[in-house]
Design a protein around this ligand. Structure first.
Ligand code: UDP
Ligand code: MN
Length: 356
């Protein structure tokens, strides 16, 4: 009797303890769930705030992008205005003879750079028509773009040098004549398009030479054929006609093949357009001895030392230099890309003026 009461008591106690334990466990779990719920609510609120922030940032990005586009447009506008100001120069002035500036040009690493520099020189010259003849099978858009940006009156032609006359990348610079086919294409264009033109002057301006703006004003004085000194050419600082006191040409100071009829560089002379029109057979040729391109051409036009006009203050000033852009040192792989004209990345294509 006593023992069963004791048992009952013990069982009861254990039961009560168990119930209390369970209740405590439930309370603990409820508490934990409540904590998690709270945490969840806080996280949800944070997510909402972040979402709002992200929306705001996205709107801001869009706004900034719109501003950027607007600014790009403005830059383009100002760029055009600047070019318009340059073109405020009297581009066409009836009383000034036109200069037909013939530039043969061929693809190489520095072609775009050289032509860009030349285009900015020429854009300062009024009454100049730039005839650019590419040594290629077709016109390239890179050269077309330079011509367009120059805002100069221009003609864009192409004439490929025959492959047996074309120099390889590794050839020394002076083995074959350059620009023959291209200058002839320009001369034929002049004969076809300018027949009947009564005044103007034709000049062969290579793409890598350096031109003082004063050379253009000298050219305009040409009646027949004008001649002047050229800097850094033929192994000399200056090649020049040597004049007598009365201003006539006695000789030339050239040291390279001085016996040529005209031992001068292509950059040293300009001729009246009417001479070109009246001598359609005066063209350049691959069949003349090395160094005789200038002499043969001038002789075919009927020029001699007596009817040539020394200019640039009686040949005492140098307004043009036969500068040459150094052939860039390139790795074998780069040379291969350049020769094949393929394999460039986008930026390289832009640098070299090659379609990407
Ligand atoms: N040229 C060309 N094809 C060629 C090599 C040259 O049309 O294969 C052009 C060249 O771009 C330049 C002119 O002919 O305007 C004279 O060439 P270069 O400047 O190389 O000759 P150099 O300086 O030796 O007189
Ligand atoms: Mn050159």
């Amino acid at each position: 009797m006593i023992s069963s009461r004791i048992f009952e008591k013990w069982w009861l106690r254990a039961f009560v303890a168990l119930v209390i334990f369970f209740i405590w466990q439930i309370c603990y779990a409820i508490n934990k769930v409540q904590g998690l719920e709270e945490e969840k609510t806080v996280l949800q609120a944070t997510i909402e705030v972040l979402k709002r922030k992200s929306d705001m940032l996205r709107t801001e990005i869009h706004e900034k992008e719109r501003t950027l586009t607007r600014l790009d447009g403005r830059i383009e506008e100002i760029d055009t205005q600047i070019r318009d100001h340059i073109s405020l120069l009297p581009r066409v002035n009836r009383s000034t003879p036109f200069i037909y500036f013939i530039t043969p040009t061929h693809f190489r690493a520095a072609q775009k750079a050289d032509l860009t520099r030349l285009s900015y020189t020429l854009s300062h010259v009024p009454n100049l028509h730039w005839i650019v003849v590419e040594d290629s099978d077709s016109l390239t858009s890179s050269v077309a773009e330079i011509l367009k940006r120059s805002r100069l009156p221009h003609t864009h032609l192409n004439a490929r040098t025959p492959s047996d006359q074309k120099m390889k990348y590794t050839d020394p610079n002076w083995t074959l004549p350059r620009g023959v086919e291209q200058r002839n294409a320009a001369l034929l264009w002049i004969q076809n398009q300018l027949s009947g033109v009564g005044s103007g002057v034709v000049y062969f301006g290579d793409d890598d030479n350096t031109y003082d703006l004063r050379i253009f004003e000298e050219m305009r004085k040409v009646d027949n054929a004008g001649v002047w000194p050229v800097g850094i050419v033929g192994g000399m600082f200056v090649e020049t006609p040597v004049l007598a006191d009365n201003g006539s040409i006695i000789s030339f100071n050239s040291i390279w093949k001085p016996d040529r009829p005209f031992p001068i560089d292509m950059a040293a002379f300009a001729v009246n357009v009417t001479l070109i029109l009246s001598h359609p057979n005066a063209l350049f040729s691959f069949d003349v001895p090395r160094g005789y391109q200038e002499s043969t051409f001038l002789e075919n036009l009927g020029i001699n030392r007596l009817n040539m006009e020394p200019l640039a203050e009686k040949c005492t000033k140098v307004y043009v230099w036969h500068t040459r852009t150094e052939k860039s040192k390139l790795s074998k792989g780069m040379v291969e890309k350049l020769t094949k004209k393929t394999g460039f990345n986008e930026l390289e294509s832009h640098a070299l003026g090659v379609a990407y």
